[in-house]
Design a protein around this ligand. Structure first.
Ligand code: TPP
Ligand code: MG
Length: 582
């Protein structure tokens, strides 16, 4: 199967009738200039739900008639986004209908893949949906049609421009509104434009690197804080090298997990709301925080004023707008993370930091991450550990949003970047399955495991049909706690146990549902030898669902109450707020 998934064309504009006059030639041709094209294996290169426009294009260009998934518009962006994301290159998506469907705003904002969104089909005789204004807050760049009745020649300029923006700096969606008359127009093109390419990232001045190195060398209790930007800039190996050279204990955000292997001696895992107690306590004691490709999100920092109160901050981010936005840094560097770390590494002295590492070791022993039930398939941690034990490091893990997502972030031993696909920021339920399908199409040799919840899976259940049709190697591990668990947990902890609209009274039979979509499905609740059944199901090629019940009362702990300092986390043993030990 061809692995080069570059393009997504998307349309559900109605029937296939009266399509003779419609042409997407110019648009498609300019996209082709950028490597977005259907290859020999159309199936692997373009996703689409046929409607009038795409169908016409395919019939014209390839002389074939096709119709395949994904099956829903609403959050299909997840499905589509991960294929280009895996390969860190832009893709394209016609999002016109999807923007208007529930949840897509979250979808656009919450995923950081380098997407080019190509929105189309504004019919002149229909009400203009004001696409650019609707999405103004969501995209990095939205270019309204400067004239009401633009000509197709405009595409020759704007598409290279959009690709340049999509490929430059911090990843994020770009939206181009292509009116229908423009799509239908035929133009003579004398000279095709040069494809838009990434602008070279800003380079840090040498003196900033000298200052950074001096701060790192002088620090007594430094911590390296890695965000998703490390993964996007391909900086994980050099971040590991820096941590090792200067003996820097290292924390990661949800999006940065895998940058440093989970079992690395210097890894303190994920920081923030659901971190191990020792992680947040170490941060409380640090005197220098080296933040790279991270944005001081409130899930990471807790109450900002109490975050790393003793630390000076070095903040490196490709997006200058992040620097000083939430925390005033001692040193701010607006530049590409990889370039900065590569040039910082030789400037930093090799250090062992015995006292600080001993202190961190002490905190680890005294305040560990409790994982009750780690040996039981009936408990969340045990199930996640058993899945991890049955897989190799080539596996890709995706999640939906909820307790299961946080349990996996805590317990799954992620050891490499780009093995972890989850919806951060405005996390959106329904992300996991389509993202897993996209990843599996991009990396067909790997096993993709999608951890999902009983609430989240229902958001995009129709994608089971896509998974079956494409035969993707996706295993859904459905952690069924018969509730919207994260909501139930918050109601339990912070609203006097007044649980409301967070429990299911009539649970669907998920195993039967999966089988109805032609997937293999096993129920660990009923298996005689659940461990063996689990391993066999993970080994079985093709799409499958593994169902496991989880007690509704299970909680993700520790948990920092909303608005509280990270040191005031609720921990498992006592279930009571604790004070900082510092
Ligand atoms: C589309 C969407 N709707 C609502 C939410 C708010 N929300 C976050 S987690 C959650 C519960 C998720 O339930 P489930 O998928 O069963 O996961 P669990 O927490 O039970 O593991 C909800 C409703 C969201 N993030 N996305
Ligand atoms: Mg649930």
């Amino acid at each position: 199967m061809k692995q080069d998934i570059k393009a997504v064309l998307w349309d559900m504009d109605g029937t296939l009738a009266d399509s003779e006059a419609l042409h997407l030639s110019t648009l498609v041709a300019v996209l082709n200039q950028h490597g977005i094209e259907a290859g020999d294996d159309l199936h692997a290169s373009i996703f689409g739900k046929t409607g009038r426009e795409v169908h016409t294009y395919c019939c014209e260009r390839f002389g074939i008639d096709f119709d395949y998934g994904p099956w829903s518009m609403a959050r299909a962006r997840h499905f589509l986004s991960e294929a280009p994301n895996m390969q860190a290159r832009p893709g394209a998506l016609d999002v016109y209908h999807a923007v208007r469907a529930t949840g897509t705003r979250q979808a656009i904002v919450s995923n950081s893949s380098r997407m080019l969104l190509e929105a189309g089909l504004r019919a002149l005789d229909l009400q203009d949906p004001q696409l650019i204004s609707i999405s103004a807050n969501d995209v990095r760049f939205g270019k309204p049609d400067p004239e009401p009745y633009q000509r197709a020649a405009w595409l020759l300029r704007v598409i290279p421009e959009a690709f340049a923006i999509a490929a430059s700096g911090r990843p994020g969606p770009v939206l181009i509104d292509v009116p229908k008359d423009v799509q239908n127009e035929r133009v003579d093109v004398a000279k095709w434009p040069e494809p838009g390419t990434a602008a070279p990232p800003a380079r840090a001045p040498d003196d900033a690197l000298e200052r950074a190195a001096a701060l790192v060398d002088a620090a007594k209790r430094p911590i390296l804080y890695l965000g998703g930007g490390i993964v996007h800039s391909g900086a994980a190996p050099v971040a590991v090298a820096l941590a090792e050279r200067s003996s820097l204990p290292t924390v990661m955000t949800l999006m940065g997990l895998g940058a440093l292997p989970a079992d690395h001696a210097l890894s303190l895992g994920m920081l923030g709301m659901h971190a191990a107690p020792y992680t947040n306590l170490a941060l409380d004691e640090c005197d220098l925080l080296i933040a790279v490709g991270a944005r001081f999100d409130d899930r990471a920092t807790g109450k900002l004023a109490a975050f790393c109160p003793r630390a000076a901050v070095i903040h490196v981010d490709v997006d200058a707008a992040e620097l000083g936005k939430l925390r005033t840094p001692e040193l701010a560097i607006a530049a590409d993370a990889r370039d900065v770390l590569e040039r910082l590494l030789p400037r930093v002295r090799a250090r062992c930091r015995p006292a600080w590492l001993a202190r961190v070791g002490e905190l680890k022993r005294a305040h560990p991450l409790e994982m009750p039930g780690a040996d039981s398939l009936r408990a969340p941690y045990g199930l996640i550990r058993a899945v991890a034990a049955a897989l190799d490091d080539d596996a890709i893990v995706t999640t939906d949003v909820g307790q299961h997502q946080m349990w996996v972030a805590q317990a799954f031993p992620l050891r490499r970047p780009r093995a972890w696909i989850t919806s951060g920021g405005l996390g959106t339920m329904g992300f996991g399955l389509p993202a897993a399908i996209g990843a599996a199409l991009a990396e067909p040799e790997r096993t993709v495991v999608c951890f999902s919840g009983d609430g989240s899976i229902l958001m995009n259940l129709q994608e089971l049909a896509t998974a079956a049709e494409e035969g993707v190697n996706v295993k859904i591990v459905l952690m069924n706690n018969r509730s919207l668990g994260l909501v139930y947990q918050q109601q339990t902890l912070f609203y006097g146990r007044r649980t409301f609209a967070s429990e299911y009274r009539k649970m669907p039979d998920f195993v039967a549902l999966a089988r109805a979509f032609h997937l293999d499905a096993v129920d660990l609740d009923r298996a005689r030898e659940p461990a063996r059944t689990l391993r066999a199901a993970l080994r079985q090629p093709g799409p499958g669902l593994i169902h496991a019940s989880i007690d509704t009362a299970e909680q993700v702990l520790p948990m920092v109450p909303p608005g509280a300092a990270n040191t005031a986390m609720i921990v498992r043993e006592r279930n009571a707020a604790r004070e900082s030990s510092a």
